[in-house]
Design a protein around this ligand. Structure first.
Ligand SMILES: Nc1ncnc2c1ncn2[C@@H]1O[C@H](COP(=O)(O)OP(=O)(O)OP(=O)(O)O)[C@@H](O)[C@H]1O
Ligand code: NI
Length: 309
């Protein structure tokens, strides 16, 4: 297979924090995370809230807060994505659709911020066409972000990315606030975008929606990827999936029985030394509690579990 368009290798992200008596400590939030996205591919990332999905997106884009330290490497088109390269590519060839609408500038009318620094007639036309596609009427151009509803703001963020000449879209929870029709339109746009030989990394809570358009699903748990599986494995059923957490996510879907797994994801400070899912896993044994499994290739997928063969 050709080089991936985006490759994340052994990523780690930690935060400098202050505890009691202003004692400084480092909170490890993402560790040993590797993924790649090829041209033509739509990779969906699913996982529980607080597992580090948005941090991954911000880490790739070079938008981490000041108290964060990032380790590992990110490659784009086979070359390391240095800060200097990012400055050129961010918002052009690599577009982010952020999860939070707070990424909109509160003091700038939305048409202006969607166009960015390019105020040419072409840029204005692209912005108008993109607004039209996302049902944003012309009057909305003059509004400030606080005057938008949640769904409108989401559509502004999507149309901002859609009017760029990007090769890679990183979409962080792009569908909340959208009605089903608009959500499907957005996902179909991502699919068509990938089919043109470009690529999409889409973070979502909605596995059902992801299954309709993605090629692969990467499952996130407590700051790392526990499984990457082709969508066809999810369609085959629970037996085709490799990691106990992926199986639990699958069984929690309404059509698969709404089964609840006891316990919750560990906090960064209480991270177990072994597999982070072990405290909730019925198959966990001594080895699982003691060491983390590497991400192993298994069939067409990859899994981080001692018991998966
Ligand atoms: N600025 C920060 N300082 C300290 N910790 C942070 C900071 N930003 C994020 N975190 C930590 O990173 C963890 C992961 O956050 P992130 O926003 O990536 O989760 P997520 O998987 O995107 O969740 P959600 O699905 O709710 O959007 C949080 O639980 C939080 O502990
Ligand atoms: Ni998030």
């Amino acid at each position: 297979m050709k080089n991936p368009l985006l490759e994340v290798k052994d990523l780690s992200i930690s935060f400098r924090m202050y505890g009691r008596g202003l004692k400084q400590y480092h909170q490890q939030t993402i560790s040993n995370l590797s993924i790649d996205v090829h041209k033509g591919e739509l990779l969906a990332i699913v996982g529980s809230s607080g597992s580090g999905k948005s941090l991954l997106a911000h880490g790739i884009m070079g938008l981490l807060p000041n108290n964060a330290t990032m380790g590992g490497k990110v490659y784009y088109e086979g070359k390391e994505l240095t800060e200097k390269r990012l400055e050129k590519l961010r918002g052009n060839k690599i577009a982010l659709i952020p999860q939070s609408i707070s990424h909109l500038d509160p003091l700038m009318k939305i048409a202006r911020q969607v166009q960015g620094t390019d105020r040419s007639t072409e840029s204005r036309e692209r912005q108008r066409a993109s607004f039209e596609r996302y049902d944003l009427c012309q009057q909305s151009e003059k509004l400030y972000p606080f005057q938008l509803s949640g769904g409108m703001a989401r559509r502004v963020l999507i149309s901002t990315a859609a009017q760029k000449d990007a090769n890679l879209i990183i979409a962080d929870e792009p569908t909340p606030g959208l009605d089903v029709e608009m959500a499907m339109k957005t996902l179909n746009y991502f699919r068509a975008f990938a089919d043109q030989g470009k690529a999409v990394l889409m973070i979502t809570h909605d596995i059902d929606l992801a299954l309709q358009v993605a090629d692969k699903i990467a499952v996130f748990y407590a700051g790392t990827i526990v499984e990457i599986a082709p969508v066809s494995d999810f369609h085959k059923g629970v037996e085709a999936l490799r990691h106990p957490y992926t199986k639990a996510l699958y069984k929690a879907l309404p059509q698969n029985g709404f089964e609840v797994t006891r316990g919750c994801q560990p906090y960064d400070k209480d991270m177990p030394i072994g597999c982070a899912f072990a405290p909730r896993c019925s198959r966990a044994d001594e080895k699982c509690h003691q060491d983390k499994s590497p991400l192993k290739q298994l069939g067409e997928g990859r899994v981080r579990c001692h018991h998966a063969f």
